[in-house]
Design a binder for this molecule. Structure first.
Ligand code: RFL
Length: 388
């Protein structure tokens, strides 16, 4: 496995549970991967998938279950109870906690080999029966070569494994949303008991609990904007304005401990495999965090890849691996389409185009006037009954 994110560590843990020998190579240190804040919303099916593989003990003890979200627009608050419509809920558990649990389970409990801090990872012979991965060892400075039966490319959006798919054999589909999001982490308790989405003529704003002490906020901004343009006072003034609604409790403000601009874009690589190289997670597909789907997709891929590799290596059954890419991509495209649908609802109001703004408002209002529209949104928000 190249990469010790949620995808690589989950694949590794599944392999170790079946007694398969494997190695995870990671460019960052253990300290860094265990403290990198990113996602926080995990869908119920993904948590059940982790639990079935013995990977959710701490999560189930510590995660919060969320049953509702709230939309704020035109100065009003609208609660949306998705659990009542689907019987399912979201788990809120910071990604760095999950990664910490997975590193411990893979390396310390299941005895999986892992090298942190490696440099200049390269793939060799991915189309051959015996591919290899080489890297520069951080201690000796020497290049080491590891031969393997399979290579799992789990090195995220900025990794190297995707480039090893031969150009003529893969298609990269990319979508730019044309907006930026200022992603913030505040040292402050959540200001609501659920996720809040604010659609405002000045731009989208989001509120997402992470833990009792830390809350994630988002502010739509121009793509390529600089975090320096967003001093503390401006951030909180803008959040108060965009998340303001009749009867809404005041925001609990605090020090901003992360401030970065994400240019909203998505991509999908098809197929997600070549020869004995299989991509999983953000290495294969990125979904802008609009619908909070990336971590969930990484876990979905990892379950299918881990189980498929175990079947191939312990039973000589290659059928799951043969169907791996198609099985992943069905859910990937379903989530991509939902993100696109949601993006228009979030950003249309501030687009400056009265036609898009009117249509976005109609889309929002329908969630609260049509039981069929509400049921569909709830299913897609929770990732139930998808095609994949
Ligand atoms: P990761 O987590 O990026 O892990 C890849 C690992 O590979 C390492 N690496 C390499 N290792 C070896 N050799 C190389 N050449 C390497 N290059 C890189 C990296 O150091 C890293 O440790 O990918 P993975 O496992 O596919 O997991 C994907 C998720 O991390 C990602 O999709 C989510 O964080 C997306 N996301 C969200 N997803 C959700 O489902 N729910 C959310 O609420 C949510 N919120 C978010 C998010 C992503 C965000 N950012 C930062 C883009 C919020 C934010 C702000």
């Amino acid at each position: 496995m190249v990469g010790a994110g949620p995808a690589g560590l989950t694949v590794g843990s599944i392999l170790r549970a079946a007694g398969v020998g494997c190695l995870v190579l990671e460019t960052a240190t253990r300290e860094v991967v265990e403290h990198r804040p990113r996602a926080g919303v995990i869908e119920e099916w993904a948590v059940r998938g982790l639990a079935r593989r013995g990977l959710a003990r701490t999560l189930l003890e510590r995660a919060q279950a969320h049953t509702e979200c709230e939309f704020r627009f035109a100065g009003e608050r609208y609660r949306f109870g998705y659990t009542g419509l689907t019987g399912r809920h979201h788990f809120v558990y910071p990604q760095q906690f999950l990664v910490t649990d997975l590193v411990r389970e893979y390396a310390d409990v299941r005895g999986g080999e892992i090298r942190f801090g490696v440099r200049d990872v390269r793939l060799h012979g991915t189309g051959s029966a015996r591919p290899a991965v080489s890297y520069v060892c951080p201690d000796s400075g020497e290049r080491r070569v590891v031969e393997a039966d399979f290579v799992a490319g789990c090195d995220g959006a900025r990794g190297v494994t995707r480039a090893s798919l031969p150009a003529g054999r893969v298609r990269l589909a990319r979508h730019d949303y044309g907006v930026g999001w200022l992603a913030l982490l505040a040292e402050a308790p959540p200001s609501s008991d659920c996720v809040v989405f604010g659609m405002h003529p000045r731009g989208f704003a989001g509120h997402m609990a992470r833990s009792p002490e830390v809350t994630r906020y988002y502010l739509q901004c121009p793509p390529g904007d600089s975090p320096e343009n967003w001093p503390h006072e401006r951030v909180w003034a803008e959040l108060r304005e965009r998340l303001g609604a009749a009867g809404a409790p005041p925001l609990a403000e605090g020090r901003l401990i992360e401030k970065r601009v994400l240019d909203m874009h998505s991509y999908v690589v098809e197929p997600m495999a070549f020869g004995r190289l299989f991509l999983a997670g953000d290495a294969a597909h990125l979904t802008a965090p609009i619908a909070a789907k990336g971590l969930n997709l990484a876990l979905h891929d990892a379950f299918l890849l881990g189980d498929g590799l175990v079947a191939a290596l312990t039973k000589g059954d290659d059928s799951a691996l043969a169907g791996y890419s198609d099985a992943c991509l069905a859910r990937v495209w379903d989530y991509q389409e939902f993100s696109q649908w949601l993006a228009e609802m979030y950003h249309g109001t501030a687009s400056g185009d009265p036609y898009r703004a009117g249509a976005a408002l109609a889309r929002l209002r329908r969630l609260f006037s049509s039981p069929a529209a509400a049921a569909e949104f709830a299913e897609r928000y929770l990732g139930v009954r998808t095609t994949g």
